[in-house]
Design a protein around this ligand. Sequence first.
Ligand code: ADP
Ligand code: MG
Length: 234
Amino acid sequence: MQSIIHLEGIRKSYYMGKQELQVLKGIDLDILKNEYVALMGPSGSGKSTLMNILGCLDSPTGGKYVLNGHDVSKMADDNLADIRNKEIGFVFQQFNLLPRLTALENVALPLVYAGIGRKQRTEMAMDVIGKVGLQDRSHHKPNELSGGQCQRVAIARALVNNPSLILADEPTGNLDTKTSIEIMDIFGKIQAGGNTVVLVTHEEDIANHAKRIVRLRDGLIESDKTQAGTLQHA
Ligand code: ADP
Ligand code: MG
């Protein structure tokens, strides 16, 4: 099976004046198409830094990143934006919805940027809104929705371009346990539908819904385990 993510010696440093903070110190990682991976690790271990690199939102200081056959570590910003729009759906802890737009409008927004006409946008957006179970809330604005519903809208927005890779940085960080499990089940269904899902969580119970758990510590991979009796998703 082909790797959708191939990392070789990925390093990332932040510089404050002359002082260098080495956050990622040489990450080697392969994630295959259609895997469901949880990335764990203590606060400050570099999870978000790695996710931002995986999502082409930030570039590594060194090393090689091949995303779905494209060597993105050598790519210019314009091409990178293109790959990002085609290949990646990103979900954030804070949902990042636009407050004045309805759920439907939030979900359809990436399609506006892609130049797709209104009728087709609405059809495509309603299709993914159905996948996250929010058909009857599509005309509500974020402040009329619960946290879990807002995160479903954000997941639908990440899915609307039909990206091969879904990345989510602490998507359940603002949600209670029951809602978090519902969100994990949605990611499980997305994976079952053929996408690759990589998400960050610091809760063991939540991570156990994924099929593989990669742990970071001090900028290196500490462990990488594929689970045997993984929870089954409908
Ligand atoms: P995690 O998501 O695992 O909590 P992060 O990747 O957010 O960790 O951060 C790893 C380290 O990098 C932390 O020490 C953090 O303070 C530092 N860091 C993150 N982003 C920046 C930045 N833009 N500039 C400087 N330091 C940063
Ligand atoms: Mg983080």
